[in-house]
Write a protein that binds this ligand. Structure first.
Ligand code: C2E
Ligand code: CA
Ligand code: CA
Length: 566
């Protein structure tokens, strides 16, 4: 270690914790007060030679001016930490690309510059440094540098098994909405502000990187346990309670965090980051501004989801899907009005899998388009067959669920026409169920589509009604025939007045708009009675029957379904 001046200032403990760090200390004139041996090795100069030069001399000429400006600004504006990239000239030729962690100690008027050894790469002069491992927008290290540093942390842990570290995957909540509504420039400014906020909140020796789009990664080293990471999270969350001022706009933003703590199960940086990402996705599902610590359950679920995704690809051609049917009952006449078709997956190894589990997977992979088309064709074919075979089935209808991914598909209307043509089922016997949230995603286009379906004679049901956001506001704009009141309003109907008021309001509203009402999830005779008294037209639920396979549904048709008999 070269120490030209009598007493080099004491180093902060944060630096001392990093034995592999390349460290140098220089004063405002750039004179080097201290330089670690590692630098002499990396640059190929003897310590004696390094005594003669200033910090800026170490840098590649083309980077000096930018660096000088940064250092001056740092002295002026009182900021104490800075991270930036530059190239350093090596004695034997060639360059080192370095991501510097700079801290300015105003009391001593000294700069502490550290660079992690993984942040130092050999590069050619022409190499455009920022593209190598620095994110152009925020100036933060990018994903590959983050993984690189993480890899290094793994190696350190091998030597010091008691060392703990954590990876945080953070995502700016609803960033797309901000980008969309305020414009990309504002989106960029927001990302820069968030990047700065995180950078100024963590210790200089920790790392924050921009992983992609609105996602950042934080590496916290030498932590006690997960609770230390929670402190960091809460400090960031606290700062985010104030709005950012971006071009005179005040923008509030929240960030969701997925956290993974180091442990023996991780051998690869990519896997650790992947799990942190998974935990972040879960945190986002909490509605924003939350964090989630990754655990084994999440891991198991992720593995299962991945398996499902792979198996789903062939499930259709292997005939593993089956349509089940749940009766919809006319409450006043106590007769069967029709069925809702609900898909089931008979998985050869895992048994019957609930649509609640595989529909989201099918939506994500795009499989839902083919699956939804199959359900449409199968349900139309089945009802047509029943109508032909059983006089009691002549007036029945079938409701088929639609996913938002299906309705935006260019061939969707052709699929519907095809299902009707192939089966010979009249369009008036087909109903399509769509949720508010599906409509919200592509409002204008979805509305046009609903009108087209309606023009064909098909009826439209608004599913899970009451669980969406702005239902009442646009209800009159939609060509909806029937509101399906969500199960959550029905299950406590017999004991909660609020729910009764809600359903009553819906019945009145529907009447005014000329719409029918179906209540879902009716399980108790008392609930059916209350609904009938309110004038609700139709009911569906376990009280009448669970969803059943086609041959059992036939029995219900033949028996002439009696409510409460199932
Ligand atoms: P959903 O459209 O709201 O369907 C009603 C769900 O409530 C069904 O669950 C049904 O079994 C259940 N249910 C009916 N009555 C009762 C009751 O009295 N009590 C309780 N606790 N539950 C009742 P299922 O079959 O598991 O389907 C779940 C969801 O999966 C459906 O909710 C629907 O969103 C989706 N889904 C099912 N089949 C399809 C399909 O073919 N295409 C699409 N896109 N989604 C489907
Ligand atoms: Ca439904
Ligand atoms: Ca529903």
């Amino acid at each position: 270690m070269y120490r030209p001046r009598s007493d080099p200032p004491p180093l902060s403990s944060a630096f001392l914790k990093l034995p592999d760090t390349l460290l140098l200390v220089f004063d405002r004139s750039g004179h080097l007060n201290l330089i670690s041996d590692a630098w002499s090795e990396a640059l190929g100069y003897g310590l004696g030679e390094l005594q003669q030069v200033s910090f800026l001399d170490l840098l590649y000429e083309g980077d000096r001016e930018a660096c000088r400006e940064k250092l001056e600004a740092m002295g002026r504006n009182g900021s104490t930490t800075l991270r930036f990239a530059s190239r350093c000239s090596r004695k034997e030729g060639g360059y080192l690309g370095v991501v510097w962690n700079l801290t300015y100690d105003a009391a001593e008027a000294l700069f502490y510059a550290s660079a992690h050894e993984t942040a130092v790469h050999l590069c050619a002069e022409e190499a455009h440094l920022p593209e190598v491992f620095v994110d152009g927008l925020t100036g933060l290290p990018n994903r590959s540098l983050f993984l690189d540093r993480l890899e290094h942390t793994f190696r350190r842990q091998e030597r010091r098994p008691e060392m703990r570290f954590a990876v945080l995957h953070c995502g700016v909540d609803r960033f797309k909405v901000i980008n969309h509504s305020l414009g990309h420039r504002m989106g960029d400014l927001l990302l820069m502000s968030v990047a700065n906020l995180i950078r100024n909140t963590i210790r200089p020796t920790d790392m924050v990187a921009r992983l992609a789009g609105d996602e950042f990664g934080i590496l916290l080293e030498d932590i006690r346990d997960v609770s230390s990471t929670l402190h960091v999270v809460s400090r960031i969350q606290q700062k985010l309670q104030l709005p950012f001022t971006l071009h005179e706009h005040e923008v509030f933003s929240t960030v969701s965090f997925g956290i993974v703590a180091s442990g023996s199960e991780y051998q690869q940086p990519e896997l650790m980051l992947r799990d942190a990402n998974l935990a972040m996705v879960r945190a986002k599902e909490q509605g924003g501004g939350a964090y989630m610590v990754f655990d084994q359950d999440m891991h198991d679920q992720a593995v299962r989801r991945l398996e499902l995704e792979m198996d789903l690809r062939h499930a259709l051609e292997k005939g593993q899907f089956q349509a089940y049917y749940q009766p919809i009952v006319n409450l006043e006449q106590q007769t069967l009005a029709g069925f809702e078709a609900l898909v089931r997956w008979n998985h050869p190894g895992k048994g019957l899998i609930s649509p609640l589990e595989f529909i989201p997977v099918a939506e994500e992979s795009g499989m839902i388009v083919a699956l939804g088309r199959w359900m449409l064709e199968e349900s139309c074919r089945q009802l047509r067959q029943w109508r032909e075979r059983f006089p009691a089935a002549r007036e029945l209808s079938v409701s088929v669920n639609l996913s938002s991914k299906q309705i935006v598909h260019a061939q969707f209307l052709d699929h519907v026409r095809g299902a009707l043509d192939q089966s010979g089922l009249p369009p008036t016997a087909l109903k399509l169920e769509i949720t508010e949230s599906a409509l919200m995603q592509e409002t204008e286009r979805a509305i046009a589509l609903l009108h087209a379906l309606k023009a064909m004679g098909i009826r439209i049901l608004l599913d899970d009604f009451g669980t969406g956001y702005s239902s009442l506001a646009y209800l009159h704009r939609l060509p909806i025939d029937t509101l399906k009141v969500d199960r959550s309003f029905i299950c406590h109907l017999h004991e909660q007045e609020n729910d009764r008021h809600f359903v009553e309001t819906i019945v009145q509203l529907a009447r005014r708009l000329g719409q029918d009402v179906i209540c879902e999830g009716v399980e108790l005779p008392r609930q059916a009675e209350i609904l009938a008294d309110m004038g609700v037209g139709y009911s569906q639920g376990f009280l009448h029957s669970r969803p059943v396979a086609a041959h059992e549904a036939e029995m219900l048709i033949l028996a002439g379904l009696r409510p409460g008999a199932a």
